[in-house]
Design a protein. Structure first.
Ligand SMILES: C[S@@+](CC[C@H](N)C(=O)[O-])C[C@H]1O[C@@H](n2cnc3c(N)ncnc32)[C@H](O)[C@@H]1O
Length: 207
């Protein structure tokens, strides 16, 4: 298959498909972190090509429920109106990918807020279903693809695999792995790489 992995700098999904004999190309405004077929530039430049499968990870900054509080406040750098304009831009980009004519499409994003106006997602997955040690609710919008299954051993015994809290904060609230990650300028990048377990499941089940 010809597989386009849109908005991917890590190369993880691309490599999982390449290793199984597909022609896979990652595309991102950023350079790829691992050697392989990569188009560094705007994915809209290559959407006119024929693709059998598109897996896309568009930016979630203005779409995620986690950031919704910001939409109701002017900040030093942005007014509410300018933020809503960014929400519209992000939704248009998301929908361009989801509505591509390719026969198989997966668009991945965190749980969106209602103002984003995205269509209903097909399923929610968790990294720990795929052998990873993190919790991170991730939504998939699927077209022409079956839902992604977690590892059978995890599905059979989820309580054994679900990651527990790694510490309790001063107020007594349980905190998970993500909360313990330092708030550095490239935290977004560290946090946005697709988990290898999920990339492998996509290639095994959809390849
Ligand atoms: C949330 S990150 C996804 C990272 C991905 N999960 C990975 O493992 O590399 C979103 C990415 O979309 C890229 N991006 C944003 N607009 C783009 C565009 N028009 N064309 C290609 N990539 C774009 C950004 O550079 C960023 O790396």
């Amino acid at each position: 298959m010809r597989v386009l992995v849109a908005c991917e700098y890590s190369g993880r999904v691309r490599d999982a498909f390449s290793q199984r004999g597909h022609f896979a190309l990652s595309c991102d405004l950023l350079a790829t972190e691992s050697e392989g077929n990569h188009y560094q530039g705007d994915v809209r430049d290559i959407l006119h090509e024929e693709w059998d499968l598109i897996i896309a990870h568009p930016p979630c900054t203005y779409l995620t429920r986690a950031g919704v509080g910001w939409l109701y406040h002017d900040s030093k750098t942005m007014t509410i109106d300018s933020r809503m304009a960014e929400v519209k831009k992000a939704r248009d980009f998301f929908m361009l990918l989801l509505n591509h004519r390719a026969p198989r499409i997966c668009v991945e994003n965190p749980v969106p807020h209602k103002l984003a106006g995205l269509p209903a997602y097909t399923q929610v997955i968790e990294p720990w279903w795929f052998g990873e040690s993190e919790r991170k609710k991730t939504c998939l919008w699927l077209k022409g693809l079956p839902k992604l299954n977690g590892l059978p051993e995890v599905a059979a015994n989820p309580l054994k695999y679900i990651p527990g809290p790694v510490f309790t904060d001063k107020s007594g609230k349980k905190r998970y792995y993500t909360d313990s990650q330092p708030n550095t300028p490239d935290r977004w990048k560290e946090r946005s790489r697709t988990f290898k377990g999920i990339a492998n499941a996509m290639a095994n089940q959809w390849g």
